[in-house]
Write a protein that binds this ligand. Structure first.
Ligand SMILES: [Fe+2]
Ligand SMILES: [Fe+2]
Length: 318
C-alpha cells in the first residue's frame, strides 16, 4: 500500500487511510472500565494523536492484548476518521483496528518518509562542535568531545518522551539552545565573573544522561526503562565519572555539580555557583520556550488554552 496521505493533510471530519509510524502506545481505561489505546503517530510532516477504540464487541482483554502486540517504531496502516477534541485534531479508529494485525514492510529508501524531525541534525552537530572547540582548557575540551561521542547517538536522539524537544535531533537542539543562552547570560555582565569554559562544558553535558535513556527501535527511538526508573541526571553523573582522571579535582567537581543541579528547585541539589545557575536558567528557558511555542502553534489567532499540553501553562495566540 503506497503512502497517500500525510499528517498535514488530516483535518477535522476527514477519513484517514494511510501508513504512519507508531511512535508510542499506551493502554488506557475507559469510564465504563473498558480499555482503549492511545497512540502517537508520525510521518515526515508531523505528529498526531490516535485513539483506538475497536469494535463494539471487543472486550477490554482483547484491546489490551492488541496494545501489547503493537510495536513502537514500526509502520502501520491507519484507517479511521479525524475529529477535533479539546482543540486538537486526532484520529479515531473503530473497525480500522483489523488493519493493525501486522506492521507494514517499508523499503529502506522510504523510511525517511516516516521520521519527524524539525531539526537540521548536521548543522546542529557542527554548531555544538564549534562551540565546544572554543573551550580554552584543553582537558575540559577533550572531555566534552569524548563524552558527546561516547554517549552514542547524541545528535540523533530525542530529549524527552512527551515534553520539550521530543523528536529526532531534539536532545542536540536543546543542548545547543541551552549552551547558547547560557553564554549570552555570561556575556551580559562582566561582573558576573562567569568561567566560560566550565559554563560551556556544563551546558553541553547537562543532559548527557538522556542519550543513555533512548535506544533505536524500528525506524524511531524508544525510551529505555532507565528513563523512568533512574532518570537522566544520575545516569549522566555516573557516565561522567569515567572522565575523572582527565580533569583536576575542582574542575571535575564543578562539572558534576552543574549536571546534578541543572533542574534547580525541581531537583535534589540547588545550584551553588554562578555557572550552575546560568545552566539551570538557560535549560529552563530553552525547555519552557519550546513547550510554549509547541502549544501555541496549532491555535488560531485570538485563541487561547488554559492548559497547554506540553507546557502545562495558559497560552494564547495573538
Ligand atoms: Fe535535564
Ligand atoms: Fe535540559
Amino acid at each position: 500500500m503506497p503512502k497517500t496521505q500525510t499528517i498535514t493533510d488530516i483535518h477535522d471530519g476527514c477519513e484517514v487511510d494511510s501508513l504512519f509510524l507508531l511512535e508510542q502506545i499506551d493502554i488506557r481505561k475507559k469510564k465504563d472500565d473498558g480499555r482503549y489505546l492511545f497512540a502517537t503517530l508520525a510521518d515526515r510532516t508531523g505528529r498526531i494523536s490516535c485513539k483506538i477504540w475497536g469494535l463494539p464487541a471487543q472486550s477490554a482483554d482483547e484491546i489490551e492484548a492488541l496494545g501489547r502486540s503493537l510495536q513502537q517504531g514500526e509502520v502501520y496502516r491507519i484507517r479511521g476518521f479525524a475529529k477535533v477534541f479539546n482543540g486538537e485534531c486526532e484520529i479515531n479508529i473503530n473497525d480500522g483496528i483489523l488493519d493493525l494485525a501486522a506492521p507494514a514492510v517499508i523499503p529502506a529508501s522510504e523510511k525517511g518518509e516516516y521520521v519527524y524531525s524539525p531539526v537540521d541534525i548536521k548543522e546542529t552537530a557542527i554548531a555544538i562542535q564549534n562551540l565546544a572547540g572554543t573551550i580554552g582548557n584543553g582537558q575540559l575540551k577533550l572531555v566534552v568531545s569524548l563524552a558527546l561521542m561516547d554517549a552514542g547517538g547524541f545528535y540523533e536522539k530525542p530529549a524527552a518522551k512527551k515534553r520539550h524537544h521530543n523528536y529526532r535531533g531534539g536532545l542536540a537542539e536543546h543542548t545547543l539552545e541551552t549552551a547558547t543562552i547560557a553564554v549570552a547570560m555570561a556575556c551580559a555582565k562582566k561582573s558576573y565573573r562567569i568561567d566560560r569554559d566550565i559554563l560551556i562544558a556544563g551546558a553541553l553535558l547537562h543532559d548527557i544522561g538522556k542519550a543513555l535513556c533512548f535506544e533505536e527501535k524500528g525506524i524511531g527511538y524508544a525510551a529505555r526503562p532507565e528513563y523512568d526508573l533512574i532518570g537522566h541526571i544520575p545516569l549522566g553523573i555516573t557516565f561522567l565519572t569515567r572522565f575523572k582522571d582527565y580533569l583536576d579535582d575542582a574542575t571535575y567537581l564543578h562539572l558534576l555539580h552543574i549536571v546534578q543541579s541543572h533542574h534547580g528547585e525541581y531537583g535534589e541539589v540547588m545550584p551553588r555557583t554562578s555557572e550552575a545557575w546560568a545552566v539551570h536558567l538557560a535549560d529552563l528557558a530553552s525547555s519552557t520556550l519550546r513547550e510554549v511555542a509547541d502549544d501555541i502553534a496549532p491555535l488560531e489567532p485570538g485563541e487561547g488554552k488554559w492548559r497547554g499540553e506540553k507546557s502545562g501553562k495558559a497560552v494564547y495566540r495573538i
